[in-house]
Design a protein around this ligand. Structure first.
Ligand SMILES: Nc1ncnc2c1ncn2[C@@H]1O[C@H](COP(=O)(O)OP(=O)(O)OP(=O)(O)O)[C@@H](O)[C@H]1O
Length: 218
């Protein structure tokens, strides 16, 4: 079970406040509080440690059994619509709607995310070499190509809280290198002020300037 870390000095962009959450046979968080500054945040842990559960709680997709998540002061419990409007979260394992192309999906994101950047979307499409896939149905793409489309959308969304679950899964070396570069750029020149970009991964994931790490016990 996760214990509380030391508090941080700067005002938090995201706050986990007294979170209790778990399953009947698997308690995960017990009165857990943590403050997250803007920037890159790593949620680290092995299989079944609770990474995806924490991302779902941060996203406001799952409600904690006690406590609350606050994003720039907005509570996921009290103002769920306002909270979720600031979040980008899509479970990378979730199936894609039949016949939805990458282009259709991006068109939908433009209407939902106020800080969407067309320039970033095109840069990531080129960076990950997925331009030739945009007209294809998402469910027909390889797992790696689906991931690249997903991450291009996640990063281009500009969402104040952006959650990436195991982003390296299915990626080749060049694509991993591009992802690390893109995350490094987000850290040094974030396009959205106050953006928190959370990455869940089993290990330390490169030499990125993490502003905060949550290490989940096995
Ligand atoms: N819907 C659920 N019902 C019951 N138990 C669950 C449920 N979802 C997750 N768990 C359990 O909670 C624990 C944490 O799961 P979670 O998926 O959050 O871990 P994870 O760190 O993302 O692991 P992985 O990378 O293997 O998916 C695991 O023991 C898992 O079996």
């Amino acid at each position: 079970m996760l214990k509380c870390p030391e508090p941080i000095a700067s005002p938090p962009a995201l706050r986990a406040d007294g979170i209790c959450f778990g399953f009947a046979q698997r308690p995960l968080f017990q009165h857990w509080s943590a403050d997250f500054p803007a920037g890159l945040v790593l949620v680290q842990g092995g299989d079944g440690a609770g990474k995806t559960s924490l991302l779902r709680l941060m996203a406001g997709e799952w409600a904690p059994q006690a406590g609350r998540m606050l994003l720039h002061g907005t509570s996921a419990t009290q103002n769920p619509a306002q909270y979720r409007a600031q979040v980008f979260w899509r479970d990378p394992r979730a199936p894609w709607p039949q016949a939805m192309t990458a282009r259709d999906w991006a068109a939908g994101l433009r209407t939902v995310h106020a800080r969407w950047s067309e320039e970033d979307w095109h840069a990531h499409v080129v960076g990950w070499g997925i331009a030739g896939h945009l007209h294809k149905a998402m469910h027909q793409l390889s797992a790696g190509s689906q991931r690249k489309v997903l991450m291009a959308g996640e990063l281009a969304s500009g969402a104040p809280l952006t959650l990436l679950d195991e982003p390296l899964a299915g990626l080749d070396k060049a694509s991993i290198a591009y992802l690390l570069q893109a995350l490094q750029r987000e850290a040094s020149a974030p396009r959205t002020a106050g953006r928190v970009l959370v990455v869940a991964h089993y290990d330390a994931l490169g030499d990125l300037p993490w502003r905060h790490r949550v290490v989940l016990p096995e």
